[in-house]
Design a protein around this ligand. Structure first.
Ligand code: PGA
Length: 248
């Protein structure tokens, strides 16, 4: 049985004052059947943990370095994130693939580092609009998954997020059939890489313009085990409605 996961990705947004949204979330959603995760900027992880206190809201990070330590000015290791109290780390988000030229091989190294540090890695995959128009969606996603998944991956330490690049921050989403097709494909590909029993335990999130008004329909799609939410995770009222839809 896969526990549903509502994951918020604050990206490079938020402030210490904005953590009051977590206070609101804690007040309204401390008793839900799904797992709740918020990934603020790394500078705010410790404050975020203080804010959620004993409430069952996990705090995660948005990236880590592939190495455990060393001369990498400005970078943060997985062990340091774990030391700060992070439980999860998002890896291979399309914004990092685009802004920082991250490759599948690098993402696999980062995921391995996350696993060794005791973090759960949320590995992101997703096609561009050009890929979809060219009929290349499944080929691209299959390649990203195969290349980004380290051999340390287990259902306990790995979550996959399907995030079509063209749906992120755009207000556009794939059709429910298109989401179903990709999630079914990802489950089958996980079976090839990990074996069918572990593959059945890995949670596959959908991400890209998930909002309160489309969440319930997306969560009803087979093999959708939750969402990775950007913009709508910044406001407790919106994220809370998404969590409620997932817990239904
Ligand atoms: P969005 O972002 O919900 O704002 O589209 C999703 C993401 O990038 O994780």
């Amino acid at each position: 049985m896969r526990k549903k996961l509502a994951a918020g990705n604050w990206k490079m947004n938020g402030s210490r004052a904005a953590l009051s949204e977590l206070t609101r979330l804690r007040a309204s959603h401390s008793d839900t059947s799904c797992e709740i995760l918020v990934c603020p900027p790394a500078t705010h992880i410790v404050w975020a943990l203080e804010t959620v206190g004993a409430a069952p809201i996990r705090i995660g990070a948005q990236d880590c370095h592939a190495n455990a330590s060393g001369p990498h000015t400005g970078d943060i290791s997985a062990a340091q994130l774990a030391d700060a109290g992070a439980a999860y780390v998002i890896l291979g988000h399309s914004e990092r693939r685009a802004d920082h030229g991250e490759t599948d091989a690098l993402i696999a190294e980062k995921a391995r580092a996350a696993h060794l540090a005791g973090l759960t890695a949320i590995i992101c995959v997703g096609e561009t609009e050009g890929d979809r128009d060219a009929g290349e969606t499944l080929r691209v996603i299959g390649q990203q998954l195969g290349g980004s998944l380290p051999n340390t991956a287990t259902p306990a330490n790995t979550v996959i997020a399907y995030e079509p690049v063209w749906a992120i921050g755009s207000g556009r989403t794939p059709t429910l059939d298109q989401i179903a097709e990709v999630h079914h494909f990802l489950r089958a590909e996980l079976g090839r890489h990990l074996g069918p029993v572990p593959a059945d335990g890995v949670r596959i999130l959908y991400g890209g313009s998930v909002k309160p008004d489309n969440a319930a329909a997306i969560f009803a799609v087979p093999d959708v085990d939750g969402a990775l939410v950007g913009g709508a995770s910044l406001k407790a009222a919106d994220f809370g409605q998404i969590i409620t839809a997932l817990s239904a």
